[in-house]
Design a binder for this molecule. Structure first.
Ligand code: FE2
Length: 286
């Protein structure tokens, strides 16, 4: 038994639905089918189809068609706007660009190139007389350094608006803590050390005094740490976090404590340093 349920936009589907067999109309006119079996075709034809029954096919499969009234046949197709869900993000790009690099001006180009190499494994993709482009991943550069003529050092950099720090993340707690030890042994030590709840972080200054945060995610993945920062009362009440002495973290790991145990103890204040920094401003270097 055939039913005429096709549409003018997809004429090949006209009259091809047969009870007991597959419904070709569903496939060839899929643009007019909504999930759940309600079809509001261009001609106003309304049909309801149990899809599972259609997939089964063969004798005994149940296909029930409801052909609309003459009034339904005269209805206009819905506009594209009316079919779209409301999108309130009108002030944001639908496809957001990825953060790619930061550029610093500097009067210590070579010193900066060396420091970023030692601290973070950034190597110069290009290192000229007045500029360098550094990367440590697949991007062509992550940090750019420019030394244009006429440049001068800032005044009161630590208390000026602007970038406080850039941040780099290790995948594991051991990588992160081992890097702290490696830098410490080279005389490079942090000026801030905080368990933010989302990350455990140590903050350094590059040769120009720019802040550089090196962190490890406390949840091991961005999905969970994003959910936590978005919803945890603990973060809302104390977004800066808890101070820790990184040397006490080294001791704790040597005693066999896991990252999670160390993180929880740090949040509980068990590794507070003897001297807590009085503020989070960048120490003045000039
Ligand atoms: Fe940060």
């Amino acid at each position: 038994m055939s039913l005429s349920v096709g549409c003018r936009r997809h004429p090949r589907a006209t009259g091809t639905s047969t009870i007991g067999t597959s419904c070709t109309n569903r496939h060839q006119c899929s643009i007019h089918w909504n999930r759940g079996g309600i079809c509001r075709a261009r001609l106003g034809i309304r049909a309801r189809v149990p899809f599972n029954g259609m997939r089964l096919g063969g004798i005994g499969a149940v296909v029930v068609w409801w052909v609309s009234t003459a009034e339904d046949l005269r209805c206009d197709p819905p506009s594209l706007e009316s079919m779209m869900p409301t999108n309130r993000a009108t002030d944001r790009p639908l496809a957001a660009p990825t953060l790619h690099h930061t550029t610093f001006t500097t009067l210590r180009l070579d010193e900066m190139v060396e420091w970023y190499g030692v601290a973070l494994g950034l190597y110069p993709a290009f290192h000229g007389e007045d500029a360098a482009w550094l990367t440590n991943d697949a991007a062509n550069h992550r940090i750019a350094l420019l030394s244009p003529p006429g440049l001068k050092h800032p005044v009161d950099k630590g208390h000026s608006t602007g970038i406080h720090h850039t941040a780099f993340e290790f995948e594991t707690f051991d990588q992160w803590l081992n890097n702290y030890i490696r830098l410490r042994d080279r005389g490079i030590t942090p000026f801030l050390y905080l368990d933010h709840g989302i990350t455990m972080s140590v903050y350094y200054q590059d040769p120009d005094g720019n802040g550089v945060e090196i962190q490890v995610d406390c949840f091991g993945n961005w999905r969970d740490s994003s959910q936590w920062i978005n919803s945890a009362l603990e973060f809302a009440e104390n977004p800066i976090g808890t101070w820790f002495d990184p040397e006490k973290l080294v001791e704790a790991r040597e005693q066999g404590l896991t990252f999670q145990e160390i993180h929880e103890k740090a949040r509980a204040g068990e590794y507070v340093p003897d001297e807590i920094p009085k503020d989070i401003f960048l120490p003045e270097l000039y």
